[in-house]
Design a protein around this ligand. Structure first.
Ligand SMILES: Cc1cc2nc3c(=O)[nH]c(=O)nc-3n(C[C@H](O)[C@H](O)[C@H](O)COP(=O)(O)OP(=O)(O)OC[C@H]3O[C@@H](n4cnc5c(N)ncnc54)[C@H](O)[C@@H]3O)c2cc1C
Length: 260
């Protein structure tokens, strides 16, 4: 079973994210991590491989610095990685990302493509659908549990109030939901062996992709303005002496805001 996991490099979720003068995230200044949602997809891939055999390949589109997070996924147990990196990719929008990842996927044997449900920086959640569309293969989202058999996959899909059981032929794209499993920590043995595992580097030229079709030049969306969310005010504190006084304060508060 050939499983490919799409993994995004994102800024550390606790880091204060600032946009640069071109309204793009100033990534260089930030510690980066494996997109937390993708750790569940990696763990699911490793469990499926342990149960059914095969290979787990990690696919990342990102700057050269993404090699650090790739090594972490190899230390978790992925067999090898493909890193699409090219200066012309900076600022690539959602559709460009899908075009690049799907082109790379056509060169990697894949019976199953796993993704997270969303990234923690842009959070569009659109890439899994875009990959399924570009590759012309089925999509199942919000997977909690996956059972493989020779030609198809049975997915327990999270829905409000419970889950559905969805079956689809392979190959397919499946997004794995946060909390579907307990992602393993890389062992020391895993960290050591990750140093020797292959990371195949691909440029846009290697993929025959026109640099003008991706990056800021190829983006179909342009951020024209950005405003930080207003700091939450701590609100008013009232210390009424009596319940009657409290009622008056609350009524005045609601009236002033035309709630009553
Ligand atoms: C703050 C911000 C706002 C943005 N706004 C927009 C916008 O409005 N419109 C737009 O088109 N683009 C936007 N982008 C660009 C967009 O983030 C990238 O194109 C991105 O690569 C794909 O979108 P996503 O992060 O929303 O992915 P999602 O669809 O949220 O990610 C879902 C899954 O897809 C996989 N995946 C996503 N990106 C990669 C990758 N680079 N390599 C490997 N796997 C990946 C992962 O498995 C991930 O869990 C924005 C970026 C930022 C940082």
């Amino acid at each position: 079973m050939n499983i490919v996991v799409c993994v995004k490099q994102v800024p550390d979720t606790t880091a204060r994210k600032e946009l640069g003068p071109d309204f793009r995230l100033n990534r260089a200044a930030l510690e980066s991590v494996v997109n937390p949602f993708d750790e569940y997809a990696i763990e699911e891939a490793l469990r499926l491989k342990e149960a059914n055999g095969g290979e787990v390949v990690v696919l990342v589109m990102g700057p050269p610095s993404a090699e650090d997070i790739i090594r972490k996924t190899l230390a978790m147990g992925a067999d090898r990685a493909v890193h699409v990196t090219d200066p012309a990719l900076a600022g690539t929008d959602w559709s460009g990302t899908c075009a690049v990842l799907s082109t790379a996927l056509r060169r990697i044997p894949h019976d199953l493509v796993l993704t997270g449900t969303e990234s923690t920086d842009a959070r569009s959640g659109l890439v899994p659908g875009g990959l399924s569309e570009a590759l012309g293969i089925p999509l199942v989202t919000y997977a909690v549990k996956l059972e493989l058999d020779a030609e198809s996959i049975k997915v327990h899909r999270q829905v409000p109030g419970g889950y559905q059981e969805v079956q689809t032929p392979l190959p397919a794209v499946v997004s794995v939901v946060k909390g579907a499993n307990e992602p393993r920590y890389p062992s020391l043995k895993g960290i050591m062996s990750a140093k020797r595992k292959e990371i195949q580097k691909l440029t846009l030229a290697d993929l025959d992709i026109d640099p003008a079709s991706v990056g800021l030049h190829g983006a179909r969306t342009v951020v024209t303005a950005s405003q930080a969310r207003a700091e939450k005010s701590s609100g008013e504190v009232a210390r009424p002496e009596t319940p009657e006084e409290a009622a008056v304060i609350i009524a005045d508060f609601l009236q002033a805001r035309k709630y009553i």
